[in-house]
Design a protein around this ligand. Sequence first.
Ligand code: ZN
Ligand code: ZN
Length: 374
Amino acid sequence: MNKNPYEVLGVARDASDADIKKAYHKLVMKYHPDRNPDNKDAEEKFKEVNNAFDILKDPQKRAAYDRFGDAAFAGGNGAGAGFGGNPFGDGAFHFNMGGGAGMEDILREAMRGFGFGDFGTGGASQRASQRAGRDLLDEVVIDLRDAYFGTTHTVKFSSNVECEKCHGNGTADGSAAPVCSTCGGSGVVHARQGFFAVERPCPDCNGLGHKIDKKCSACDGTGTVHKQRTLDVKIPAGVEDGTRLRLAGQGEAGSAGAPAGDFYLDVRVRPDKRFARQGDDLIMRVDVPFTTLALGGEIEIETIDDKKLAVKVPSGTQVGEKLRVRGHGMPTRRGGFGDLYIDVAINIPTKLTDKQKKLLNEFAGTKSDKKGWF
Ligand SMILES: [Zn+2]
Ligand SMILES: [Zn+2]
């Protein structure tokens, strides 16, 4: 059902985590739906890449894949050689499980799955109680003008946050829960299944590592609640395409008091119709009447911050020359501004009055001593 994740990411079997992450980021950018609107192939690739990364980014999933191949992840419950059911029964794999998941799910998954953190949320998987929250990743595409002035991006999403009622402890009275005596707090017990020794979530505490007698009613003992959140991310003036902003601690809540993940926002800057950007400088193509180029004069331009500006054109300016207008580029990190370059183009009139024709003919007739103009 799934393709070999190593092949999908184009990495070797023994690739390091860093290489895997690198390959993933490259591909996920390449096939991102924002960049490939209505492209089914890209959409498919995007899913594959996310599936592959979901497996390879996680040491346990990766090990399971290395040992069992696809069987480790096939289907919902009751699958998997040697595992009683999905060993990662946490829902984090739902788009793996045979279709049905919409693009939105995938995107959300890509966002969630970005984490370097642990398995999904609320699952009875894995190590005990303390689990760091996942990192979250979102992307925004802004106009160059917004990049010039800086802007605020409001993200609405739902994620796990620490339960306020029990302070993340999951207990009815909010106190720290006593350690589970069956697993000694590790959250796992060892068992044999067929040929394999497997770690299973402690049945007594459901893998939490602690036992809660009276569960908190707000979070049902999990210590976290799913909540709609709104985050205002400030995008600084002068931001460059491809910038990744980090909001420390604004990702998903960790369980049982473990640290929260971070929130990342990837900023893409849409190409502008009028201005090309080169570092902190802007380049603008302007049609100039040929008489102005020849005789010299002034042209009026509009800068990115909507200011009208008169720019001197020296006589004899050639097409393709760049006229520098200092300080009208993008804001720089050092607090200044880059420059604006006017890329000189020519504007040849297509309709001439009789008088203009006559004058131009006269001009054409007047050969200067050296080389003629036309
Ligand atoms: Zn236990
Ligand atoms: Zn609670």
